[in-house]
Design a protein around this ligand. Structure first.
Ligand SMILES: Nc1nc2c(ncn2[C@@H]2O[C@H](COP(=O)(O)OP(=O)(O)OP(=O)(O)O)[C@@H](O)[C@H]2O)c(=O)[nH]1
Ligand SMILES: [Mg+2]
Length: 343
């Protein structure tokens, strides 16, 4: 607020001076006459400048708001950047992070590291699909996948699980169409012997159908297949024949995908094997990596249901039923929101 005193020989003159300086909006607070020692008389008016005063206040307020806005903008940017960096370092793709943060409705979340981190984790959680373990009716479960990913080992683990480790004992059977691999027959046959499980080795579609019929009393039949490179068309065509042929039982195909391969390989494997009508994914070699971002990126994009995780070489112990909690806990690991440099 501006207060000023104008002195002139008449009140009118003083008033005019004040108007000249501050415009017509001035407010006269007081006016008095001054008599000097020499007898000269002047007039003094005291004025207030309300308009300028409020203008100044407005400018001050505006300045404050602007700097607050700037602070907030910088703050938001840096918090969302910091949190995105944590996820990026963990392997989550920029594109997903940018889109997810941009589509965030509640902007408050952007101002809080913990809230934003939880939000992104929840978004990942929502995108994951899990296949419930159930054996309501007898089924055939065929495991396919590239060479050496753990198909045979996983079948051995699953067999032990269904035969001995669930609420009741299920009768398990094995069919092996792993006919291209020398030694493959013996490997699964050996498990079958140890676990006292019926085992049939087949080389043609007719024999496959016969084998399923002969294992009629089994609650679940596991089918082991040859390890195939995702680019081996010939083996694919042969395997597709087995799957597409009408069988006396529901056939569920599960792709065994190792958690250790890079994103491009993962998508190539998935795309090529998806012609086999994939029912679920079994993630193997979970124990051989600490980086689950690649796997999560893959899940965020393809949204395939996961059924089991193979977490080591031990039969039957190193197998867990797939759950969002398990994969997210593995992903979070040493996630440190307060100090993103640590991750
Ligand atoms: N660390 C670790 N090793 C595994 C896991 N699953 C399987 N393996 C090992 O990987 C190797 C290959 O396993 P197999 O079960 O023979 O793989 P496969 O897919 O049947 O291989 P092919 O029949 O040759 O295509 C073996 O040494 C297994 O012990 C796992 O989850 N973690
Ligand atoms: Mg095998």
């Amino acid at each position: 607020m501006i207060n000023e005193i104008f002195v002139a020989s008449t009140p009118k003159e003083a008033y005019n001076e004040a108007i000249l300086k501050y415009g017509k909006s001035i407010k006269v607070i007081s006016a008095k006459q001054i008599t000097y020692e020499d007898g000269k008389i002047d007039c003094e008016i005291s004025i207030e400048v309300p308009k300028n005063d409020s203008l100044l206040d407005e400018i001050k307020l505006l300045k404050k708001e602007l700097s607050l806005m700037k602070e907030n903008m910088l703050g938001d940017e840096s918090i969302s950047k910091q949190v995105k960096d944590i996820f990026r370092k963990k392997g989550i793709l920029d594109e997903w992070l940018d889109n997810t943060v941009a589509s965030l409705d509640e902007k408050d979340i952007l101002e809080d590291k913990n809230l934003l981190t939880s939000y992104l984790l929840e978004e990942i959680d929502d995108s994951l699909e899990v296949e419930q373990e159930s054996l309501l009716k007898p089924k055939v479960m065929m495991l396919v996948g590239p060479t050496g990913v753990g198909k045979t080992t996983t079948i051995a683990k699953l067999s032990a699980r269904y035969a001995y480790m669930l609420d009741r004992s299920y009768k398990v059977g094995f069919i092996n169409i792993d006919r291209y691999k020398i030694g493959a027959f013996e490997q699964l046959e050996h498990f079958a012997d140890i676990m006292d499980i019926e085992y049939v080795n087949v080389e043609s579609i007719e024999l496959f159908r016969d084998a399923i019929e002969s294992l009629d009393d089994c609650d679940i039949i596991f089918v082991d297949t040859v390890g195939m490179s995702p680019y081996d068309t010939q083996k694919f065509i042969k395997t597709i024949e087995f799957i597409k042929t009408n069988m006396p039982r529901v056939l569920e195909v599960s792709l065994v995908l190792p958690a250790t391969v890079k994103y491009e390989d993962m998508s190539d494997i998935y795309k090529n094997f998806s012609f086999l009508n994939l029912h679920s994914l079994i993630i193997s070699k979970f124990d051989e990596t600490k980086h689950f971002g690649t796997l999560l990126n893959f899940m965020l994009l393809y949204k395939v249901p996961m059924s089991y995780f193979s977490i080591g070489q031990d039969i039957p112990d190193d197998l867990v039923v797939a759950s969002k909690e398990y994969i997210l806990e593995s992903f979070i690991g040493d996630f440190n929101v307060e100090d993103s440099d640590d991750v």
